[in-house]
Design a binder for this molecule. Sequence first.
Ligand SMILES: [Zn+2]
Length: 289
Amino acid sequence: MPLPRDLPIVDHHCHLSPAGQGVEAARRFRRAGGTHLFLATQSYEPRVPRSLETYAAQFATTESLARRVHEETDVTVYLVVAPYPVDLVGASAVLGVRAALDLHRSALDLAGRWVREHRAVALGEVGRPHFEVAPDIDRAADEAFDHALAVARDSDCPVVVHSADLDVAGYLDLARRADRAGIARERVVKHYARSHLTRDERSSVTPSYLARRELAQAALSDPAPWFLETDYLDDPARPGAVLDLATVPRRAAAVAASPVGAGPLRIPFVESIARVYGFTPTVEMVGVP
Ligand SMILES: [Zn+2]
C-alpha cells in the first residue's frame, strides 16, 4: 500500500544550515514523501553566542531557512527555538557563570516571545549539557532548564529536551522537574530517544524516537504521543553523523507497505502533534515535485 495522499509525513527534529545542504536536503525529504519538518535552531557560528543580538540573529537565520524551504519545496516547516543548553558552558568560560546564565535566560525569554508571536511552536533544544561540568556551571544549567520550563508553561507550548539517553530513573527526574514547573509531562518531549520504553516507564514524558528501523517498529503499537525524528545535522564536516533527512519518509513507506499498513502512522504524524502541540498538520493535495 502506498502512503495515503492525505497523511502528513513528519520529521519531528532536524537542523538545517545555510552552510550545509539546506533547501537541497529538504527537497530530498520531499521527494521521498516527506511533508512537514520541525526545524530546530542551532548556532551557525563557530563561536558561542555572547549576546542576545546573536541569538536573535540566529533565530532569524533559522526562520529565513524555513521560509525558503517552504517556498522552494512546499514542505511545511515548524520552528523550534531556544539557546542550546551546551552554550552555557562555552559562554561561562568567556563571560563568567552569572552573566552566561543571565544571557541564557534572556535568550529563553526571547524564544518564548517567538512562540507567543506564533513564529515558533516550541522551545528547543532545552535541557542540560550531556557531559560532566563544573559544580557552578551544573547549578546554572539546572536554573536555566527550570527557567526554560517556566517560559514554556507561560507561553503555552511544549519543550524539546536535549539530554543523554534516559532510563526509567532519568525519565522520572525529568517528569518531576516538569511537575515542579507546572508544565504537563506530555508536553515535555525527550528528543533523540534511543530506548523504547512504555509510557509508565517514561513517567508520561513524550519520546521523539530516532527513526531507526527497530525503534520505529517497536513504537508502532504504542498509543500517542510519540514522534519520529532524524536529528539531521546538515553539517558538511560530519557527513553520515546522523540519519539522513529522507529517513522518516522512507521508514513510513516501509511501514505502509508492510502488513500493518499506514494506519498506525497517524499516531506520530497526526495524533501526537495534536496532543502535544495543539494543532493538526494537514497536507495540501498537491502533486509531488
Ligand atoms: Zn538537535
